[in-house]
Design a protein around this ligand. Structure first.
Ligand SMILES: N[C@@H](CCC(=O)N[C@@H](CS)C(=O)NCC(=O)O)C(=O)O
Length: 212
């Protein structure tokens, strides 16, 4: 298998953690999201993912985008490890939490959104940062409340789930943008905990071959 990603892409970071937890081999290929206007826009890559976003997984004839769909696909291959609780209600709660990150927080702060704000709408850097911080705070504040009822060492009790795979890269992004995370003690405790886990450490942006 080949995974097209980028060291700082939080969506690719989710998949890297999954690959490590599931114990699957995969070649990691870099698509530089910034150099020369962004390699995600090159014709060769667009043929793999017309959305011009990473990650994208290639497995033989299978070419798959969307990190959560990729993680589902990978999970089905590694039947000995599960990233979701067996209980249906808990499973749905984990999915909802994961979508809270992947569908509500992440897209609003994606690179192309930030570029559109600055290049097309002529928003100042200061107002762009206000946008980034505001949407992250909106999302994290709600997640912190949710965690009060189910956090253990990880987002859902003491087992790693899909929720942790989504949360940790988003916190990494937030810290990169200097979002004040002190307001979210449960989120930060889980972040610290996950960052002692080998599968998470190996997937960290700074530990990738294309890290700058
Ligand atoms: N929902 C998609 C999001 C993919 C996405 O937005 N990827 C970002 C990096 S985290 C990207 O490729 N951005 C490039 C751009 O905005 O031009 C997923 O989960 O895979």
């Amino acid at each position: 298998m080949k995974l097209y990603g980028y060291w700082r892409s939080s969506a690719a970071y989710r998949v890297r953690i999954a690959l490590n937890l599931l114990g699957l081999d995969c070649e990691l290929l870099s698509v530089h999201l910034v150099k020369n206007g962004g390699e995600q826009h090159l014709e060769e890559y667009k043929q793999k993912n017309p959305h011009e976003l990473v990650p994208c997984l290639i497995d033989g004839d299978v070419c798959l985008n969307q990190s959560l769909a990729i993680i589902d696909y990978l999970s089905a291959k590694a039947t000995n490890v599960s990233l979701l609780p067996a209980d249906l209600v808990k499973q749905s709660l984990v999915k909802a939490f994961s979508y809270d990150v992947a569908c509500e927080i992440h897209p609003l702060n994606n690179l192309r959104v930030q570029q559109y704000l600055v290049n097309e709408l002529k928003v100042s850097d200061e107002h762009k940062m206000q946008w980034v911080h505001d949407w992250m705070h909106t999302g994290f504040a709600a997640l912190e409340v949710k965690l009060q009822s189910h956090a253990g060492k990880y987002c859902f009790g003491d087992e790693v789930t899909l929720a942790d795979l989504c949360l940790i890269p988003q916190v990494y992004n937030a810290l990169r943008f200097n979002v004040d995370m002190a307001k979210y003690p449960l989120i930060m405790a889980i972040y610290e905990q996950c960052n002692t886990h080998p599968a998470f450490i190996e997937a960290q942006p700074e530990n990738q071959a294309d890290a700058q």
